[in-house]
Design a protein around this ligand. Sequence first.
Ligand SMILES: *Cc1c(COP(=O)(O)O)cnc(C)c1O
Length: 415
Amino acid sequence: MNKVASAVAFGRRQAKNLVKLAQGNLVVAPSLGSMTLEADDVRLAKQWLNSPREWFRNEETKQFHERFAEWNGSAHAYSFMSGRVALSAIIHALGLQPEDEVIIPGYTCVVVPNAFDYAGVRVVYADIELDTYGLDVAHVESKITAKTKAILLHHVYGLVCRDYEKTIELARANNLLVIEDCAQSTGAEFCGRKIGNLGDAAFYSSEQSKIFNTLQGGVATTNDAAIAARLEDFYNRAPYPDEARLTKHLKQIGYNYHTQKHPQRWWRRDVMNLISAPDDILISTNKGEEEGIKPPDYGCKMPAPVAALAINQLNKIDAFNARRRETAARWDAWCDEHEYNKPLVIENSLPTFLRYPVMVEPERKRDRAWALTELGVAPGVWFSGQLHPTTRRVEGCDKAAHAVAGCINFPTLMS
Ligand SMILES: *Cc1c(COP(=O)(O)O)cnc(C)c1O
């Protein structure tokens, strides 16, 4: 489109928005990502943009590791540029070998099986339950073979998974290692302890759609000294992202704030998209990863500016999680009123409700316009496939397929 045409289109869109605004109607729905970004995070990113000579020093990362470990109640923490790389570090640290088998949920992000594939470890899928969308322990048990070395259990939507204790017990009884995928439930608690501390190692994500946000980022934790030594070995050998990538990264903190969080994002988003080049926007999972191809810059650790942002976000995480729980109570009431099942909050658990999952009729997932009209929200679709965001089928995981067809997710941070 030429400049005149795009200016005209911009004018039309914003005129419509102004009409909505004047009529007192909703101009823009709450976003599903970047809702924990605030003006101070943007300022911090800008300050770091101006001091590239400090980018690869280790003070901030060291401090973030200590702070995260303390907050999470874990003995050791190491930070990377994503949760998936933290998982790769864990696969190395646990000594998983080619031909070993690991049992994982048939309802996950494609980057999870990818991390095992990159290491040659064979992935075996088990089905989930529909109370908390976690692994179904009975199905896991049926998948154990002589080659099984580990189970990866996950806690999603901010919930603590239903079969948490039983899966750990099953693993211990069979001499299997346990990895906890806490990417969506960072900060959730079970029996007064943060999740991720019952298994052998756990990973967390600070990707833009998660509980805390550094645009991209992840943490691996463990309470075992030998595993920690091997995590540290992986960490020490991992490269930092290069300066060009980090420059884009730091600039995008402001972009995400103005396009996803700012109350006036309805026009700011439009302006920013007019002025920024599309290849300046970093995406979390590229097309190659969807096909199982390892990106050339995979495997980086977190540099100082991202760790500084992570510390700033960690300072606010509890307050945001408390607000998420308050909003969840509103969605509980909506479920009761409309006779939908509420997600299960297991006994002795404190969820963080990254999003509030509800199983609706498949047609109400396919076309979600009703939610905007009735509720003023645009629900998320996690997971849009059993190996999100791909549409690849995983055979033998019927409940996971059912969740893909009907599970929508309401936002829990509304402003
Ligand atoms: C986001 C996510 C991951 C991967 O985290 P990244 O930081 O994006 O690599 C893994 N598992 C689940 C369940 C996730 O939601």
